[in-house]
Design a protein around this ligand. Structure first.
Ligand code: ZN
Length: 640
């Protein structure tokens, strides 16, 4: 392989001239090897995710399957006190790498209608329940813990990363054999990696009733996308439909005389947990079928019945043939997706307990909420939002944001507070930036004007551009045209801070609505001092030496001094700046070639093996403008 072939990257990548030898004096620190404290960092971006499925009761939880899925975002908010939480922990350091809230798998929301008004409350499920979570893939160097969050904090289970790895290989094998029919994407707006992906499943539809299933799904999809807040943020949503035929039509109705029992794919039933209008299904069957659509984030199950009913737990359920199907679905989706509680006030009288955990219900008064800046304090006094007595099954002592809301009555839409919570839920899975142009991080300016662009699914975003940390006045569009002659030779940082502003989104507590994009921009000097090259051995085993060669040629007419710095870019994206440094000077026409062996430690963190590691050489000349010349290379560390 020639030197030219091995050049990889960007910057001043001119051919080396005749190979003049002058062994070199880059003075470099002699402590070779990788910094162990940085080696354990885990990036949660752009790496595959795992969907973990658990089975358990409040007495014990076990892992039942692990599936590798495309990179997913996930909920940013912390778990409410009393609900479940999963934590990923680095075993070596004991550090928590990630926390995610989990919906309580042992509760299901049941809404019944009494004299035309919603009434009811959550039902506690008996026996083992299944639930799932998607997190960045866990490796053998990590473990997960599932606990109850907040003041009743309690550790429920610990699962080692090695067990997760083992489960994943087993799941993949078994899944290949049982994968369901292909899903149909009924509403598509973009790459699932940056979208909320809703999966609609159906129960009680036989093979010959798939047309009816399609009609029911159309009705729900149109209803969802036509309702606030989904109508405004539909461009961040994909919807998929999966046909899973049932042997028999309909659903179980054990409370009818005579009782009705039918054989259906997900074993759905009215009178679930003994509540007449609670329509729910067997979660293990639902999760198993959904695994055929790895990119899904949340599930809606539509049941082939016209009898009024629904429910919400790990997923939302509604009666597809009911005249209220859309409103039922939205209400249940408010529970399962938004974590909202019911705002109706039957059946109890006066509440005297602690502050409720749900985001749309409080025991605080207006002034306490405003003073402590909790719950919907930022909405108080806006669009009719205040403190309204009667919420979450109590007529007194609990308060709701607005006079009416879909979580109180099906004849209403979401109030501004619930609408904001649902919308922020979408942005748990979809960020403001879809992509960027150029895609590369390092851009060499070789034309008079260079265009930089951020691509977004939002109707309108606010973009602030920065050059070397200074805001660029008047630059608020998604495109910025950089005039090369307005920057000095050398390296610059161009950034775009992209924010979704919307009158429905008054708060962004977890920073979901803002994303930062950056490029390193290099303007070459008109008068070049150096040509630099970097050659790197392509593969090296642990415990061996990596062969690298740096070459710096003085192509100017005068003696030039230089400062060289070699950065290491590890495959998780993190960078060790100044991994090696050196300086010196070179006569005109001479070239310095430095053979720089790097010893690879015998023990390496698994995530740094078998993936591309980068080296980037930056050479700054001694001229007044300090022009920068760069070259890059890459290598892979093989497990021994
Ligand atoms: Zn409800």
């Amino acid at each position: 392989m020639s030197m030219a072939d091995r050049e990889n990257g960007y910057g001043t990548m001119n051919r080396p001239r005749a190979l003049l030898t002058a062994l070199l004096v880059i003075i470099i620190s002699t402590t070779f090897g990788f910094s162990p404290c940085m080696a354990n960092d885990v990036s949660t971006e752009d790496q595959p995710s795992q969907r973990l499925v658990f089975r358990g009761s409040p007495q014990g939880i076990e892992l039942t399957s692990v599936e590798l899925v495309p990179s997913r975002r996930g909920p940013a908010a912390a778990a409410d006190s009393g609900s479940l939480e999963i934590t990923v922990i680095d075993k070596a350091s004991g550090r928590a790498l990630l926390r995610r809230p989990l919906a309580d798998p042992f509760l299901v929301h049941a809404d019944t209608v009494v004299e035309g008004s919603l009434a009811g409350g959550p039902a506690r499920l008996e026996g083992d329940q299944h639930f799932s979570v998607v997190i960045p893939a866990v490796g053998p160097g990590q473990r997960i813990e599932i606990s109850r969050a907040g003041h009743q904090s309690r550790l429920l289970t610990v699962i080692d990363g090695r067990e997760i790895e083992l489960r994943q290989s087993q799941t993949r094998d078994s899944h290949d054999a049982t994968a369901g029919g292909p899903a149909e994407t009924v509403y598509f707006t973009g790459d699932p990696a940056n979208r909320l992906d809703i999966l609609v499943l159906g129960d009680g539809y036989t093979d010959s009733e798939m047309g009816l299933f399609a009609d029911h799904v159309d009705n729900l999809v149109n209803g969802l996308l036509g309702s606030e807040p989904f109508n405004r943020f539909a461009s961040f949503v994909n919807i998929h439909k999966l046909e899973v035929p049932s042997s028999q039509s309909g659903t179980d109705q054990p409370d009818q005389v005579p009782p009705v029992y039918v054989d259906t794919a997900f074993n759905s039933s009215f009178n679930y947990a003994g509540v007449p209008q609670l329509l729910y299904a067997q979660t293990s069957l639902v999760l198993e079928a959904a695994a055929a659509v790895p990119e899904y984030d949340t599930i809606i199950l539509v049941v082939n019945t016209s009898r009024y009913g629904g429910g919400a737990g790990a997923y939302a359920v509604c009666a597809g043939g009911s005249a209220s199907a859309v409103q039922l679905m939205l209400h249940e989706f408010g529970h399962s997706f938004g974590g909202l509680t019911d705002e109706y006030q039957s059946p109890y009288d006066t509440y005297t307990g602690p502050e409720p955990s749900a985001p749309n219900c409080t025991s605080m008064g207006w002034f306490d909420m405003a003073a402590q800046q909790l719950k919907w304090h930022h909405w108080l006094g806006i669009e009719g939002v205040g403190i309204n007595e009667g919420c979450e099954y109590y007529a007194h002592g609990k308060f709701r944001p607005a006079h009416n809301c879909l979580m109180r009555s099906l004849d209403s839409g979401f109030d501004p507070v619930c609408r904001e919570i649902m919308a922020l839920g979408i942005f748990d899975y979809a960020g403001p930036v879809d992509s960027r142009e150029p895609l590369e991080q390092l851009v060499t300016l070789d034309t008079d004007t260079q265009s930089f662009l951020v691509l977004t699914a939002a109707d309108g975003v606010d973009v602030q551009w920065y050059l070397d940390g200074t805001p660029l006045a008047g630059s608020h569009g998604t495109q910025y045209l950089l005039q090369t002659d307005t920057v000095t030779p050398g390296e610059h940082l161009l950034e775009a801070v992209v924010t979704i502003h919307d009158s429905w989104l008054l708060a962004d507590p977890d920073g979901r609505l803002t994303e930062r994009v950056s490029w390193t921009v290099v303007r070459e000097s008109a008068l070049q001092s150096f040509q630099v090259t970097l050659l790197v051995q392509e593969e090296v085993s642990t415990g061996e030496q990596l062969w690298t060669q740096l070459a710096i040629a003085n192509v100017s007419g005068a003696r030039q001094s230089f400062q060289a710095s070699l950065d290491l870019i590890r495959c998780d994206g993190s960078r060790v700046n100044g991994f090696r440094r050196g300086s010196g000077s070179i006569q005109p026409g001479d070239e310095r070639r430095i053979n720089l062996p790097i010893r690879i430690p015998a023990q390496m963190p698994e995530q740094l093996l078998e993936c591309p590691m980068g080296l980037e050489l930056m050479v700054v000349d001694g001229t007044a403008s300090g022009d920068v010349y760069s070259a890059a290379g890459s290598f892979t560390i093989l497990a021994d």
